[in-house]
Design a protein around this ligand. Sequence first.
Ligand code: SF4
Ligand code: SF4
Length: 170
Amino acid sequence: MANNKDYPLEEEHFSPQSRFNNQQLIATRFWEKKKLEDMSKEEWELLCDGCGKCCLNKIEIKGKIKFTNTRCRFLDCQNCLCKIYEHRFEKVSDCRDIDLAAIREKPRWLPKTCAYWLLDNGHPLPDWHPLLTGRADSVHEARMSIRNRNTVSETGIEDYENYIIDWQDL
Ligand code: SF4
Ligand code: SF4
């Protein structure tokens, strides 16, 4: 969970669609041919569907991860982007990097729709993934992101167990 400092928005001028500009790379369908560990940094970044669900706070109860509908205070609930992406690890002590260890950690703390978790477990990308649709917004249109869902900022919240949710896509 994040600390209580305020930081300016960094993604103000960032267009989520611009992540998918490298059509030449996307046309190779690298995610069907390469293991996660063999991907370049650009390929790795492209896999993220932009759902924002990994930035919901979670608690562990009896060895199981329970998602809550409280979101990191730095997560923009409309565009589902981190407001401090470049500085997230400096500013938020428990912000997790999405690396192989995180993807393979048990109990699973990434949503089951997460592209990294899906590929690492032998599943294809879902048909709403922006790499397949060519549109960053398709994750929101498929209602697979946190946009327009009942979430609240974590600021001031202490009793996280009262915010546990059971969304089908977690
Ligand atoms: S859950 Fe996975 S796909 Fe969704 S924003 Fe987080 S890292 Fe990206
Ligand atoms: S990526 Fe950003 S919004 Fe998500 S948990 Fe880390 S600091 Fe918070």
